[in-house]
Design a binder for this molecule. Structure first.
Ligand code: UT7
Length: 332
């Protein structure tokens, strides 16, 4: 049986930075409030003409180059995004594949909001273990600034743009393999976090209705409580299911939504500070891109070493959630 290994990671953040002080000029807020309630100091914002696929391509180029796998050998591309280049078609994954010159590959998007990267990891694992694919490029990419209401202080302080990508490849070495991925969802909580208009559930009044109808809306405080509960349970479940102690985790990489959520979950799980990866202060919440961007951060600063065990933990709109136990298994 083939196993699935995480061979590489890459990420991209656009140049432009939006600070808390700049947001305080736009809505009734302050650097002090945002820092205290979220831990976020700044977030990156894509240029007007920069698309989600453009950012995905930059992250993917790094991931492919670092994987040591030839781009001709990639046989599938999956993109997790809630801010695709086009809402119906073509998928952002097909656009990324074309921009990368990957030729004939299976390519599609999935919609699982901030849990997107864990979902595409589970898809890649399943395709490889079944023998259907050998080298899969997975990408979380978001231009959330395009669907953020910059008059709503409850949401606009949180979100940023960026992309992260990874190459998942077949291996026969069990010690290199992704150990487990759990995913779940409960649509009963759909109204906590949604972009309500534009789809068949809430169609536009007219074809020229402005893009603002797709802005994200969130019941922040209720979402916060469910997030802490779900993220904590996710970890307990996956560690128990695999008979792994939390001390064995080298890097706990939770979805970067809010420092207070990460701290509450880390404390509930008795994680040491040195185990917990936090990037929320510089990128804000980049939804499906947040986990791969955080993994890339520890890769680029030299903290993540070959053979170390990552524990991923995500939560997002849908509601969706998921966790994964993943050794970092580069070829070299
Ligand atoms: O990515 C996955 C899903 N998303 C999340 O996980 C996000 C979860 N939620 C959060 O991160 C937090 O709920 C927020 C940061 C959005 C809000 O923090 P909170 O501590 O839950 O505040 P709150 O919504 O309970 O609001 C407390 C007060 C309210 O004022 P009153 O009613 O007490 O007078 C808000 O109007 O804070 C006010 N407020 C703000 N004040 C200054 C809300 N947003 C702001 C703001 N600046 N940006």
């Amino acid at each position: 049986m083939a196993y699935a290994a995480l061979r590489s990671i890459g990420a991209y953040a656009p140049d432009k930075i939006l600070t808390n002080d700049e947001l305080a000029q736009m809505v009734d807020t302050s650097d002090e409030w945002i820092t205290k309630r979220t831990g976020i100091k700044e977030r990156h914002i894509a240029a007007q003409d920069e698309t989600t696929s453009d950012m995905g391509v930059e992250a993917a180029k790094k991931a492919i180059q670092r994987s040591g796998i030839k781009k001709e050998d990639i046989d599938m591309v999956v993109c997790a995004t809630i801010s695709p280049d086009y809402f119906c078609m073509p998928s952002t994954a097909t656009i990324i594949s074309n921009k990368l010159g990957l030729g004939n590959v299976t390519a599609f998007d999935i919609s699982a909001a901030c849990t997107g990267f864990v979902y595409i990891l589970s898809i890649a694992k399943a395709f490889i273990e079944s023998g259907m694919k050998k080298n899969i490029l997975i990408i979380g990419a978001e231009k959330l600034s395009a669907i953020t209401d910059y008059t709503d202080r409850g949401t606009c302080i949180l979100f940023g743009d960026g992309a992260g990508a990874a190459v998942i490849s077949a291996t026969d070495k069990k010690e290199e393999a992704i150990i487990d991925v759990h995913t779940g969802a409960d649509g009963a909580y759909a109204d906590l976090l949604m972009s309500p208009n534009g789809g068949t559930g809430s169609p536009h009044d007219s074809l020229d209705q402005e893009a603002s109808s797709c802005f994200m809306q969130m019941k922040g405080n209720e979402t916060f409580k469910v997030a802490v509960r779900t993220l904590t349970k996710d970890v307990v479940d996956i560690l128990q299911a695999n008979n792994i102690q939390s001390e064995a985790i080298n890097h706990f990489v939770p979805h970067q939504a809010n420092y207070r959520i990460i701290k509450a979950v880390g404390d509930a799980l008795n994680m040491k500070e040195s185990q917990v990866v936090i990037t929320v202060e510089k990128f804000g919440n980049t939804s499906g891109a947040s986990i791969p961007m955080a993994i890339n951060e520890i890769y680029e600063n030299g903290t993540l070493k070959k053979g170390e065990l990552l524990l991923l933990d995500a939560f997002g709109g849908g509601l969706t959630w998921g966790s994964a136990l993943v050794p970092f298994s580069p070829l070299e």
